[in-house]
Write a protein that binds this ligand. Structure first.
Ligand SMILES: Nc1nc2c(c(=O)[nH]1)N[C@@H](CN(C=O)c1ccc(C(=O)N[C@@H](CCC(=O)O)C(=O)O)cc1)CN2
Length: 297
């Protein structure tokens, strides 16, 4: 009998890398650590700063706080109206840096403001996004520091499904600061030991690069950029891209970077939604708990 999740459109297809299921498992694990912190008198607190009224960003922030409530992490939410200037955002960042109840916080991106100035103002010890220049610098140097949530979420999703990473040839499509670039650094650490090719939308003959990969991470933000004919049979394909496309409803729908026909060729695919997105939230929770553990007396 075929394992659950191996059928799509009537054909034999890839195993679904279920980020929702892993998020649930990680929450169960973290609940135990939050309870242990409570016994030491420490309650982790996640702060979020949201600027403006983008429905997607609002949903992400809401989901993060819902996750926190489920495992005993306190929420500190600062929602600022559209048009808020950089000076005001920086003052909220400083307030959270100084708030002892806030053991870690994030500024939801995009803000439409100078992201580098905002990220640089966050106390690196409270940077649960792992995106502060100091923490990215520690990653380059191979020293312990909070790591960006989406790239670690990708690695953890593969690990939980026993997809071998050590020795694998990984092609990452997308060189952004939140996903592609740090993922390349993480996967080439000794612990992961993968061989990584970092591609982007300007890569010459992207298809021939992707075709060589045991693992493909699609984080270009171009709907359907990875098609079945580009994928080596049996490869693992992670769909990280999030684009909003017009579906005639007026609201639009989220489209990933991975075309449907990839499911007929790959060995493993992370769906989108339901794959890497929930893993990003899981790793944020994990960073919050770790920051609280580091700061605990
Ligand atoms: N400060 C940050 N900003 C942003 C980050 C980040 O890591 N830190 N990443 C993305 C958005 N993001 C987290 O903030 C995020 C993306 C997706 C999901 C998620 O659970 N998605 C669901 C589907 C949701 C939907 O239907 O729209 C899924 O994939 O199943 C959570 C968080 C940019 N900004």
């Amino acid at each position: 009998m075929l394992p659950a999740g191996r059928w799509k459109n009537g054909g034999v297809t890839a195993t679904r890398l279920d980020g929702q299921a892993i998020l649930k498992a990680i929450k169960d694990e973290l609940r135990v650590r939050v309870a242990a912190l409570a016994e030491r008198g420490v309650v982790p607190g996640l702060g979020t700063v949201l600027v403006g009224d983008d429905p997607g960003s609002r949903w992400y922030v809401g989901a993060k706080h819902k996750d926190c409530a489920e495992i005993g992490i306190t929420s500190i939410r600062r929602d600022l109206p559209a048009g808020t200037g950089l000076a005001e955002v920086l003052s909220v960042v400083r307030e959270l840096n100084d708030d002892p109840a806030c053991t870690g916080f994030i500024v939801q991106q995009p803000t439409g403001l100078d992201e580098f100035a905002i990220l640089s103002a966050v106390d690196p010890a409270k940077d649960v996004d792992g995106l502060h220049p100091t923490n990215l610098g520690w990653l380059v140097l191979g020293r312990p520091a909070p790591l960006p949530c989406t790239p670690v979420g990708c690695v953890e999703l593969l690990r939980r499904y026993d997809v071998p990473v050590a020795g694998a040839k990984v092609v990452v499509v997308g060189r952004g600061i939140t996903v592609g670039r740090p993922l390349g650094l993480i996967l080439t650490r000794r612990a992961e030991n993968a061989t990584v090719t970092l591609c982007h939308t300007g890569t010459r003959d992207l298809a021939s690069e992707v075709r060589q990969a045991d693992i493909v991470v699609a984080a270009a933000g171009v709907p359907g950029i990875i098609t079945g004919d580009m994928v080596k049979p049996g490869a693992a394909v992670l769909d990280v891209g999030v684009s909003r496309v017009d579906d005639g409803s007026g609201k639009g729908r989220v489209a990933g970077d991975v075309a449907d026909d990839v499911w007929d060729v790959a060995g493993y695919v992370s769906p989108n939604p339901g794959g890497v997105g929930p893993m990003t939230r899981a790793l944020l929770l994990s960073n919050v708990v770790e920051a609280a553990e580091r700061g605990a007396p």
